[in-house]
Ligand binder design. Structure first.
Ligand code: SF4
Length: 276
C-alpha cells in the first residue's frame, strides 16, 4: 500500500495529478476494507456553497462518470489523488469543527464520486457525527446502491446531481446510464432523506426544455427535496483538460448566459420545485 501523506489544503480548481501512481483503478475498486485510508484531491475550509452554513469540503479522487463538462477531470482517477488516512482528515476536521458548528455548517464530501470509496467515507462521516457536525455528500447517484441504510444514517443531506432526465442525453453527457441515479433518488424520497438536486446547465447539451421538464416533473412530487440548484456551465475547468491532454469537446461552448439560467429556474418553479 502507498504511504499515507498529508493532504494539502487548497481548492477544487487546483490541478493535482499523478500523486499516487500505485493507486487502484477506480473502475475495479470495491472499498470493502475498513476504510482507514483513501485517495483525496483537496479540501476547502470555508465553502458557503456545498450545503447549509460554513462548510469544510473534502474532494475525493475516483469517479466512474466522464462528464463532457467536468470541471475537475483530475478527480477521475485515484492515482491522481493523495493517499491519506481517515484519521488525518478527521484531525483536520476537528480543528475546524468549532467554527463550522458555530456558523451552522459542517462537512461535505464531494469528488470525484465519494461512493467509490465507501468505507473511507463511512469512517469520515461517522467521525464527523461524533463531532456533532452536519454532514452532506455530493454524488451522481450512479453508485447509490452501494450506500446502505447505515451509511445514509450518518448523512444529514444528499446533494444529488441529476444531469439529465433523458437516458440518451445522460449517456451522451456522462458515458453512463441514468437509471441508477433515478433509482437512488426514489429511494431517498421513500426514506424522507433531505436532498438538494443539482443540475448543470450546459448550452446545447442539457438545456433542452423537454430535458429540464423531465427532471422537474420527476422531482416536484418528492417532499424530501428542499432545493433544486441550477448550476450554469462555465469554462473554469478548461485548463485542466488541456494540461491533462484530454479531448475537451466543449472547448468552444459558451458559458450558460443569465437569461438561459433564469428560464430554466423558472421552468423548475413552474413545475412546483423550490429552485434557485
Ligand atoms: S460526476 Fe462530477 S467528477 Fe465525475 S465526471 Fe461528472 S462532473 Fe466530473
Amino acid at each position: 500500500m502507498a504511504e499515507a501523506n498529508n493532504l494539502e489544503a487548497g481548492n477544487r480548481h487546483d490541478l493535482r495529478v499523478g500523486l499516487s501512481p500505485d493507486a487502484p483503478d477506480e473502475n475495479d475498486f470495491r472499498d470493502e476494507g475498513k476504510g482507514a485510508f483513501g485517495y483525496a484531491h483537496s479540501y476547502e475550509t470555508s465553502s458557503r456553497y456545498d450545503g447549509p452554513g460554513l462548510r469544510m469540503v473534502l474532494f475525493l479522487s475516483g469517479c466512474l462518470l466522464r462528464c463532457k463538462y467536468c470541471h475537475n477531470p483530475d478527480t477521475w482517477h485515484m492515482k491522481d489523488g493523495t493517499h491519506v488516512s481517515a484519521q488525518h482528515v478527521l484531525d483536520r476536521l476537528a480543528s475546524f469543527a468549532p467554527a463550522l458548528r458555530s456558523l451552522d455548517g459542517g462537512l461535505t464530501i464531494s469528488g470525484g464520486e465519494p461512493l467509490v470509496q465507501l468505507e473511507f467515507t463511512r469512517r469520515i462521516f461517522a467521525g464527523a457525527k461524533k463531532m456533532q457536525l452536519h454532514t452532506a455528500i455530493e454524488t451522481s447517484g450512479y453508485l447509490g446502491d452501494r450506500a446502505d441504510d447505515d451509511y445514509l444514517a450518518n448523512l444529514d443531506l444528499i446533494l444529488l446531481d441529476i444531469k439529465s432526465s433523458d437516458p440518451a442525453t445522460y449517456k451522451r453527457a456522462t458515458e453512463r446510464d441514468l437509471a441508477p441515479t433515478l433509482k437512488f433518488a426514489e429511494r431517498l424520497a421513500a426514506m424522507g432523506k433531505s436532498t438538494w438536486i443539482r443540475f448543470t446547465l450546459v448550452p446545447g447539451l442539457t438545456d433542452d426544455p423537454a430535458n429540464v421538464e423531465g427532471i422537474a416533473k420527476f422531482v416536484a412530487p418528492m417532499k424530501n427535496v428542499e432545493w433544486v440548484e441550477v448550476q450554469p456551465f462555465h469554462q473554469m475547468g478548461a485548463f485542466k483538460w488541456k494540461a491533462m491532454n484530454l479531448d475537451y469537446e466543449l472547448a468552444d461552448r459558451p458559458s450558460a448566459p443569465p437569461e438561459l439560467t433564469k428560464r430554466v429556474i423558472e421552468q423548475f418553479r413552474a413545475a412546483g420545485c423550490n429552485a434557485r
